[in-house]
Every structure is written in C-alpha cells, then in structure tokens.
Design a binder for this molecule. Sequence first.
Ligand SMILES: *Cc1c(COP(=O)(O)O)cnc(C)c1O
Length: 230
Amino acid sequence: MGIKEQYAQVREEVAAEALRCGRDPQSVRLIAVSKTVDASGVASAFEAGARDFGENRPDPLKEKQTAFPQARWHFIGNIQARRIPEIVASAALIHSVCDEGHAEKIARAALHAGKTQDILLEVNVSGEASKSGAAPEEAEALLLACTRLEGLRVCGLMTMAPQGDRAVARAVFDELAALAKRLRASLNGDDAASFSELSMGMSEDWREAIAAGATMVRIGRAIFSEGFSE
Ligand SMILES: *Cc1c(COP(=O)(O)O)cnc(C)c1O
C-alpha cells in the first residue's frame, strides 16, 4: 500500500474505533505526522483527504506549511526559545508547551503577529526521564500562568505514552484525561470552554487513546512508513 491507501485505511479505522467506543467519529481529529517524509509524501496524504499535519522541527514545519497553506499544521516537537517566532508563524496549534518562559515568548510572538496562538500543555504522565513535558503536579500552575497571558489560548493537554505496553499506555491516557477534567474544573468561562482537547495516541497506541477520550491522535508511521503493522 502507498501513502494514500494507508491514510485512507487509518482514517477509516480511527472512525470505526471511535464508534466502537460509543463516540462520534467527528470528535477525533486525525493528525498525519509527516516528519519522516518530504513534500511529495504530504501531497499524497493531502490528496487522500488529510488536512491536519504534524511536524516536530521548525524548518520542515515552515517549508511544508508554505507548500500546503490550506492544511492545519501542528507543532509537536521540543520547543527551542529562539525558534518560537517561526513556530508561531506556521503552527495552527502548538502541542508541546511545558515551560512558562516559552509560553510567555509564544504569547509575545503571537501578539506581534496579530494572532491568538492555540496551544496544548504537554504533560509527562509516565515520569520517564527521556520524555519532555511538565510533571502532572506542575500542570495547574502552568495552566494558570498561561491563561493569564494575552495572545494565548490553552486548548487542552498532550502526552506521549511509554512504548511497548498497551496496558501501560491506556493507564497513562486515562490519567491525562482525569487530569484534564480536574484542570478544566478550575477554569472559568471562556478558559474552561476552550480547554477541551486531549492530544494522545500514536501509531502503536491510538486505539487505547481513543478509548480514553483522545480528541486528537498523532499518527506517523502507520500512514507514512511502507508496510507498517501495529
Ligand atoms: C513522531 C511523533 C508522533 C508519531 O509517531 P508514530 O509512532 O510514527 O505514529 C506522534 N507524536 C509525537 C510527539 C511525535 O514526535
């Protein structure tokens, strides 16, 4: 199968899994993580109907966003402070904010660009040292700091589960969903209404993520790697 067919298959499976979990398929956004392919790979997925793409580095984000401005581009990688203005220029949603200093710089860049930047707070639920993200107990303070910044809209939370054990992944996703629920209850009005997204689940664990309430799954290899099998 090529990229077009793999995208179509993943899209269908994601919708079927949402239904199986008693959820509206429209409530799960499929983000095609195109970090391993060039613009021609993006073009194939776009032709198959993909409109949300994820990148983890600022240069390819900018290049591909420029080539496909009709798509929504998601920044899902580690943030380097000096690259923030470029990320803000290209990203519809930044999934990986876990530092108050970065949030302040993003807000400033957004105001400068005349936009409100949508962000998610990345939480390191599993506590693995190799993973980035705020500790769960730091999330509330970070959220409150972010909601005070003009130019930012905090749309929810993001996490990555440890690889290799689906039961562990499911527990991590359940924990993120519970944390989001608690945090949402601490917000008022517009801040509470905006705080509705859960970005979780990748090629190997997106089914567990949908069962736990993911509103965005970030899928790379299952779409773009030839012969990927779960
Ligand atoms: C690469 C990446 C993905 C996609 O991972 P796959 O296993 O290829 O589906 C999702 N989220 C983040 C943050 C990534 O860096």
